[in-house]
Design a protein around this ligand. Structure first.
Ligand SMILES: [Mg+2]
Length: 265
């Protein structure tokens, strides 16, 4: 993709959360000032996360607690995208390996958490257990369908990289004797995520930039959506990861840190 536009001309800024805006309980360096500057330049700020621990409105609340302006409509999370995707497909019960926020988000759309469901949805679950894994495996061995919120191997909480959704999904996949990649992804950069983003936000592609720290979720999604893409270093991507990167994974801009974003507007 040819980078023809400048950041000045772009009105919509879509930010990833984990490893880009925050490390879960604290904002990353320079984030608040940068976003305030963007807002004072009349930029429209949105947040798009593969995190599915909370409900959509809880992410907005967390952002506000950390000093940023955000409403529920400004945030799309993998929890919300999963709920919307199942609702669109009229899936009414799912066995959830995930946290309360994810189960609640599903319930908002009338989707029940059920051990006898024909669908398994895997996400980060800080109470992951052997027996949850066994129940998921039972469902899958009977021909059930495996869904996952993301392909992220880890996520940042403070200075610690905690096991991500992909790690849990792979463990369940292995126990159920399924091939790698059997799980349908709902978060970035999937078609499901793209559908929900288009429906909820209707952002003009040539007026939007997706900024994140992960090539395979943030940059690939942004490129697929036709957005401009910006990679922030210091999260999950190293300099070496950028060597010989294929076109569909290539960001239009690389920011050495979050603060660098305002130097371009
Ligand atoms: Mg991230």
């Amino acid at each position: 993709m040819v980078y023809e536009r400048t950041l000045k001309e772009v009105d919509n800024f879509v930010f990833d959360l984990d490893g880009t805006v925050w490390e879960w309980n604290r904002l990353k360096d320079g984030v608040r000032k940068t976003i305030e500057t963007l807002e004072s330049n009349d930029k429209n700020i949105k947040y798009l996360t593969n995190n599915a621990i909370l409900r959509r409105e809880q992410y907005a609340e967390k952002l506000r607690d950390l000093g940023l302006n955000a409403t529920e409509e400004d945030v799309l999370s993998a929890s919300y995208i999963a709920a919307q995707t199942f609702d669109d497909q009229d899936i009414r019960s799912v066995f959830v390996v995930g946290e309360e926020g994810l189960r609640d988000e599903l319930l908002e759309k009338g989707i029940e958490h059920d051990e006898d469901a024909e669908h398994v949805l895997v996400s980060v679950d800080r109470n992951f257990s052997y027996w949850k894994m066994a129940t998921a495996t039972d469902i899958l061995r009977k021909g059930g369908t495996l869904w996952t919120t993301s392909v992220d191997a880890f996520w940042w909480a403070g200075d610690r990289a905690l096991p991500g959704t992909h790690a849990l999904t792979n463990a369940i996949q292995l126990a159920a004797d399924l091939d790698e990649g059997s799980a349908t992804v709902v978060g970035k950069p999937s078609e499901h995520a793209m559908d929900v983003i288009r429906d909820e936000w209707s952002l003009l592609p040539n007026n939007t930039i997706m900024i994140g720290d992960n090539i395979d979720s943030d940059i690939v999604l942004g490129n697929r959506m036709g957005y401009m893409t910006g990679l922030v270093m210091g999260g999950s991507t190293s300099k070496e990861d950028l060597n010989d990167v294929e076109d569909f994974r290539k960001p239009n801009i690389v920011f050495r840190s979050f603060k660098r974003i305002i130097m371009k507007i």
